[in-house]
Write a protein of this length. Structure first.
Lengths: 228, 725
């Protein structure tokens, strides 16, 4: 089993993802922007968070032009799994593999805090057996999910919403929306369900001592699917 | 500017006039900031020794052995002057600088903490602007570098209106066999400068930091450096790769004084000399003069000493990451630092003279006149509830979530306890926890620099103890006024004496730090000076993660016990200052014995497994500590003080608001209360205050009853209400 984790200049969550995978006995390998040829030998790719290329231009904008990113569309079409976390979600939107954009938080501030999300989509294999409410941290400046009304309608119709921000009782409320995302959207999948993009950090909710391990199941699902 | 005395010293040693480049080097290196010329003479007062100290004061990071040859590196620096002029870039580069300091010893940076101080945010728009942008600068830089900002402190007082303080602490880890030193020992080794290109930003930065700010300081804006966190992140990744492969003979970051400082300090420590060629330094601006290249303080640059047979591999790693570098010189044996530019000799100076040759200026210490101020009236308290709410809504007491939420606290997935508790706690790869605190009570130091400083150090220690950690070492950042003014210098000397005493009394050594003087200014002919602020960053270890103590009430029906005795002294307290504007009088004295017995009691009780939660009593006194313990889980508390001696003797406000040191509140289950009492009976002053309750209230029998929600609201909105308008 080969799972790659992208490491662009400025990526800073790659070690955290490696750590979360290692607790599941999987040794991930780092994929640099120039490693496009390595992609064909991978079973899955995690696009880790951070500030690829310093978020200069706009988050994910430069990484989406890298040799690795150019191969992503084929990778996705071949049905291989991709999880984009935080900056990785932004990169997936920049490459148009996932619809919509992530723009500046309504507060115009970086927000780092523990929040709750509710699992919505039951189609994607990556979202099976998750707790219905997941306690998980966010840390971003540009995490407000936005799309035009047709686009929002389509992802709802396609059952592509993966997670919505909610309160501790699982209610989707305005107050529990930390960044102003449309319809409290915290993560989405593609229609096939082999690509997941999310702003919250499951790798930071994969260990009890960090405050929650409910995010670990997402990586466990990924591993399970590759094994099949 | 060099003094006449300093210039004569240079003439004496060189037996010639220094040229322009040499003068620029002396101006940087003999500045207060680089030379510690007013402060160094007192460092002998510090305890610097413990068996686990691998590297003490003198390089980028102090190194502490946590066992298994896993070392943790600590550093703490100020970036006050730049942040006052240009808060966003000043704060960002302050964080960048301390990260590179840690990196210089080969440490992987794992956490940042910041102590920041501003004027009155309730009233001053300028202070709101500074807070907004300092926090944004720290957040922008630290977050992008992938280092969690896990704590620190925020303090507001009118004394910081014209001189804000930004102190940044960084913590890193390194295996003992991978440690790199900031010295150039091997002759013939190459000097490799890598990272960002050198530009004109930050020229004379250290000289600017070594004089008073004034209303004309805005003109010094070019002396403030500009940060590029992406470059810093790449620099960190590349440096850690070079360290891991053991390719570096020596390493130092370029900070104050730029290249001239890094080259001469490394040669000085290694008893060598160096030749550098300035035309091999990659520039941002082509027309820079040679002396500007020497003293530029452009950020994100490191100077490595590389042995000839390792140069190819170093270069190939730098090439792979597209990082700019230049092989700019060699290590020599002639104990001089010589710089050429296209064949022309720019400087030729003895290393010893640059680093250590400054004449020590005479400094006079005189007790300030404000300490002889007349007596003051003790205010009469009519409505204690009103006073409690007013105190909790003081920006110094209230929630700092507005600040901390802008910092990425979780990256690196090691943060067990983030900002907002007594200490931040991180899990290391060997499974042990380290706890970190960063503290100073500048008001107490203002009223009594000796006792106020020692008590601030004990507070940093109590924050670790209350978390279950064993304190190991500390770093300090000594922020004071102009040392040429006898009253400011007196504050400094008294404070360092207090800190030295503490370090000996508790066997907690100093492993590094920084001195920032000249934090005063004349604004419209009025002298404005900061509260003397010795910020103390302390580290402790929790060998067994199960001994980590929570800082808030865990269960209903448990006993609430206070450890240590309240002396009722309100002088210097946040209560008198915030509620009545009084900052006067004699503060509680530093008391080694009391502090020790309280500490032992907590340690023993925790060892025995008796403690459910614990919080130290400091800013805001007992009532604040109690309230803070109720907030998270909204568990109420009811005190029964009919038999409490202190409560009988003292006025209620003294009992509730005094900030007497050496005190903690602990929560103990009913099954353990007897065993716990027996354990500490006769060894420490303690009293059972009451119990946690189901009602979400803080109650004192026959005296007080307040809703937790009401208290929490007052506490919660305090900073955000001024910042979100």
């Amino acid at each position: 089993m080969r799972i790659g984790i992208t490491k662009f200049p400025g990526t800073n969550n790659e070690q955290d993802v490696l750590r979360a995978l290692s607790i599941l006995d999987v040794k991930g390998e780092l994929i640099y922007p120039w490693d496009d040829k390595k992609l064909e030998n991978l079973d899955a790719l995690v696009i880790a968070g951070g500030f690829s290329y310093g978020d200069y231009l706009r988050p994910g904008g430069i990484a989406a032009q890298s040799p690795v990113a150019e191969k992503l569309i084929d990778f996705e079409k071949n049905g291989k799994f991709i999880i984009g976390i935080c900056n990785g979600f932004q990169i997936l939107c920049e490459t148009k593999i996932l619809p919509g954009v992530l723009t500046t938080n309504l507060s115009t501030k970086f927000i780092c805090k523990w929040i709750n999300i509710k699992t919505e989509n039951s189609q994607s294999p990556l979202l099976q057996n998750l707790e219905s409410i997941i306690k998980i941290p966010i840390a971003h400046y540009e995490g407000r999910y936005y799309h035009d009304s047709n686009g929002i309608k389509k992802i709802n119709d396609d059952d592509s919403v993966a997670f919505r921000y909610c309160n501790e009782h699982g209610e989707i409320t305005q107050k529990s929306n930390p960044n102003g995302s449309l319809e409290n959207i915290a993560g989405i999948t593609n229609t096939k369900g082999n690509v997941l993009g999310m702003m919250p950090h499951p790798e930071r909710a994969s260990f009890d001592y960090l405050g929650s391990d409910t995010g670990r199941q997402i990586f466990a699902n990924l591993i399970e699917e590759i094994k099949c | 500017m060099l003094t006449t005395e300093e210039y004569s010293k240079i003439l004496d040693v060189l037996e010639r006039e220094p040229n322009k480049g040499e003068v620029a080097v002396f101006e940087a290196m003999w500045s207060e900031h680089c030379s510690y010329k007013s402060s160094k003479r007192w460092f002998h007062l510090f305890n610097e020794k413990a068996p686990y100290i691998e590297l003490g004061i003198g390089e980028g990071a102090g190194l502490i052995n946590l066992g298994d040859d896993l070392l943790v590196g600590l550093g703490l620096e100020s970036h006050n002057h730049p942040s006052a002029i240009s808060p966003y870039d000043g704060a960002a580069t302050g964080v960048g600088g301390i990260i590179r300091d840690i990196l210089s010893q080969g440490c992987k940076p794992i956490a940042v903490l910041d102590a920041i101080r501003f004027g009155n945010i309730e009233k001053s728009q300028h202070s709101q602007y500074l807070l907004e942008n300092v926090v944004r600068g720290i957040s922008f830089y630290g977050n992008c570098c992938g280092i969690p900002t896990v704590g620190g402190e925020v303090e507001f007082a009118p004394q910081f209106e014209h001189n804000c303080l930004v102190n940044a602490m960084c913590v890193g880890v390194v295996q003992k066999n991978k440690v790199v030193r900031s010295m150039a020992t091997k002759l013939g080794s190459f000097l490799v400068l890598y990272g960002a290109r050198t530009g004109r930003d930050g020229i004379h930065g250290v000289s600017f930091a070594s004089k008073d700010l004034s209303d004309k300081s805005d003109r010094d804006r070019p002396a403030v450096q500009i940060g590029d966190p992406l470059m810093e992140k790449i620099l960190i990744d590349v440096t850690l790769e070079l360290v891991e492969k053991e390719l570096l003979e020596g390493l130092q970051d370029l900070g104050g004084g730029g290249l001239s400082c890094a080259v001469s300090e490394m040669a000085h420590k290694g008893n060598t000399g160096a030749i550098i060629r300035l035309e091999d330094v990659h520039l941002r601006e082509d027309d820079m003069l040679p002396w500007e290249i020497l003293v530029s303080e452009s950020q994100e640059r490191m100077l490595a000493v590389v042995e000839p047979d390792k140069l190819d591999e170093v270069v190939s790693i730098l090439d792979k990451q597209d990082l700019t570098y230049g092989v700019i010189g060699e290590v020599t044996d002639n104990s001089h630092c010589i710089a050429y530019f296209r064949g022309e000799k720019i400087i030729n100076l003895p290393v010893e003279l640059i680093v250590d040759g400054f004449p020590e200026p005479e400094r006079i210490a005189e007790k300030p006149s404000y300490l002889d101020e007349e007596d003051f009236l003790i205010p009469k308290i009519e409505d204690i509830k009103h006073e409690i709410l007013k105190l909790l809504s003081s920006p110094n007491i209230g929630s700092k979530a507005w600040v901390y939420q802008q910092y990425d606290q979780h990256v690196q997935t090691q943060t067990v306890v983030p900002a907002g508790s007594d200490s931040a706690v991180l899990r290391l790869d060997n499974g042990k926890y380290v706890a970190l605190s960063l503290d100073c009570n500048s008001f107490m130091v203002y009223l009594d620099p000796y006792n106020g400083t020692a008590n601030s150090a004990t507070e940093a220690m109590r924050n670790l103890i209350a978390t279950g950690a064993k304190p190991l070492a500390f770093v300090d950042c000594l922020n004071f006024g102009n040392p040429e003014h006898p009253d400011s210098y007196w504050q400094f000397v008294e404070s360092i004496k207090g800190l030295g005493q503490f370090s000996h009394d508790f066997n907690i050594p100093v492993v590094g730090g920084n001195v920032s003087l000249y934090n005063e200014s004349f604004i419209e002919d009025k002298r404005e000076r900061i509260n003397p602020t010795p910020t103390i960053g302390m580290i402790g270890i929790i060998e067994n993660p199960e001994k980590l103590i929570k800082n808030n009430f865990q269960e209903k029906g448990t006993f609430v016990v206070s450890i240590g005795e309240c002396d009722g002294n309100l002088n210097g307290s946040e209560f008198l200052r915030n509620n009545f504007g009084i900052l006067q009088g004699k503060i509680s004295q530093y008391d080694k014995k009391n502090e020790e017995s309280s500490r032992k009691a907590i340690e023993n009780l925790n060892q025995a497994g008796y403690i459910k939660s614990c919080h130290d009593i400091s800013n805001g006194g007992l009532i604040t500590a109690l309230a803070e313990m109720t907030f998270k889980n909204e568990i109420g508390v009811k005190l029964d003080l009919l038999d409490n001696d202190s409560f009988k003797i003292l006025k209620p406000e003294e009992f509730l608001f005094a900030e007497t040191p050496s005190r903690y509140i602990i929560e103990i289950s009913s099954e353990y209360i007897e065993g716990a009492s027996k354990m500490i009976e006769g060894k420490v002053s303690f009293s059972i205050l009451g119990k946690t309750i189901t009602k979400q209230k803080i109650e004192i029998e026959n005296f007080l009853s307040m809703d937790i929600k009401q208290l929490k609201n007052a506490w919660k909105k305090t900073i955000s209400q001024y910042m979100e308008n």
